[in-house]
Design a protein around this ligand. Structure first.
Ligand SMILES: C=CC1=C(C)c2cc3[nH]c(cc4nc(cc5[nH]c(cc1n2)c(C)c5CCC(=O)O)C(CCC(=O)O)=C4C)c(C)c3C=C
Ligand SMILES: [Fe+2]
Ligand SMILES: [Fe+2]
Length: 339
């Protein structure tokens, strides 16, 4: 009996923290039409002419800061652990592969291994809890492009999002509980940001997201596929699990790139406002990421920490991501078994 294939895909990271490898990574990432979603001529000008040349040396310094001598990039390191542990959990009936949307290991090589193993089906899990065209959408499109060229197209399925996965919510809550959230002045749920126009494009009604007051503060039948609505929902579920009342937490969005409006409120503005209100200690969850990465270990723990102190605060504490926590591996296992 042939095996069932499972393909875990995360975003990707540079091969090394050198300026040339960071340049290669940013070039592939930002030339993706789902990421910088403007016309091709403008995208090429912005990415190759401005963002990549100016950003690569700066980003390389940040990557050098988080790069571990033995294990390299945290994102790849934790992805490898997740892959290994899911493989062990699922046993011989499954062939589990790991790929990254950008750089390595490539999606093409992972799909080829599944093809050569003659797997009877492929389940693709894009490792982003909330659906965004720039993340899960891009992964799914890439997989479909490659498989679409095969003579025999296999049984293939995609997990579109898992923003409300019970075991995932519990893992974030367990990680947060260790810091005793009640001892902090305020809690942040900081999600990766997105340009507002990408939310609007994903609203198939064309009349809801960013058009109706408080459009995506709660998940409903109209906005259930919206990144912002799914992010709010994830945060609300973690807060409920930890009994954090609504006035003790704020949902916000980080990592804005460029000058176009992104989903709001911006984490850096929220941090300044809280410092101005006299808050001293912040606990920050980052539930858009299933593994610690540049956006958590540097942007939150270093940059936002420094910004908060400069504005009069004392400490920003990051809650670690799901990484290789056994409960999260069980969450992945159940996603596979329930599919
Ligand atoms: C959680 C899912 C992600 C979405 C959605 C997303 C959208 C998005 N990102 C950029 C630009 C950058 N993101 C960068 C790093 C980065 N982004 C994600 C995830 C999502 N991005 C992760 C997991 C990481 C960390 C990767 C790592 O190696 O640790 C970067 C690179 C770092 C930097 O130079 O700041 C950029 C650039 C855009 C423009 C975008 C949506 C349009
Ligand atoms: Fe990003
Ligand atoms: Fe929305």
């Amino acid at each position: 009996m042939s095996k069932k294939g499972v393909l875990l895909i995360n975003l990707g990271t540079p091969d090394s923290p050198s300026v040339s490898d960071v340049r290669k990574y940013l070039d592939e990432f930002l030339m993706d039409p789902r990421v910088i979603d403007v016309n091709p001529v403008l995208r090429t000008f912005l990415v190759k002419g401005i963002i990549v040349p100016f950003r690569s040396p700066k980003s390389a310094k940040l990557y050098q800061h988080i790069w571990d001598d033995k294990t390299g990039s945290p994102l790849l390191h934790y992805s490898i652990l997740q892959h290994q542990q899911l493989k062990d959990e699922l046993g011989d009936e499954y062939q589990v592969e790991l790929a990254m949307r950008y750089q390595s290991p490539s999606i093409e090589s992972a799909l080829n291994r599944l093809k050569e193993a003659l797997v009877q089906s492929i389940l693709v899990i894009a490792l982003f809890p909330q659906y965004a065209s720039a993340s899960s959408g891009s992964v799914h499109e890439k997989v479909m492009d490659i498989v679409g060229n095969w003579q025999t197209i296999p049984d293939i399925s995609f997990i579109n999002s898992f923003h409300d996965n019970e075991l995932m919510i519990e893992t974030f809550a367990d990680n947060g509980r260790k810091y005793q959230p009640e001892t902090y002045d305020h809690i942040l749920f900081s999600f990766h940001g997105l340009p507002q126009r990408q939310l609007i494009k994903c609203d198939h009604t064309g009349q809801y997201c960013l058009k109706v007051n408080g459009c995506c503060d709660t998940l409903n039948d109209t906005n259930k596929l919206c990144y912002s609505a799914q992010s709010h929902h994830t945060a609300q579920l973690i807060a409920q699990k930890l009994n954090i009342p609504a006035d003790r937490y704020t949902i916000c969005f980080q990592s804005r790139l460029g000058s176009d409006p992104w989903v709001q409120p911006y984490t850096s503005e929220v941090i300044k406002k809280l410092a101005n209100e006299g808050k001293k200690r912040l606990l920050v969850f980052c539930p858009a990421f299933v593994a610690d990465c540049l956006e958590t270990v540097y942007e939150v723990s270093v940059e936002y920490h420094e910004e908060f102190i400069a504005a009069g605060g004392e400490h920003v504490q990051l809650v670690e991501s799901l990484n290789d926590s056994p409960k999260w591996i069980r969450a992945l296992k159940e996603m596979v078994l329930n599919n």
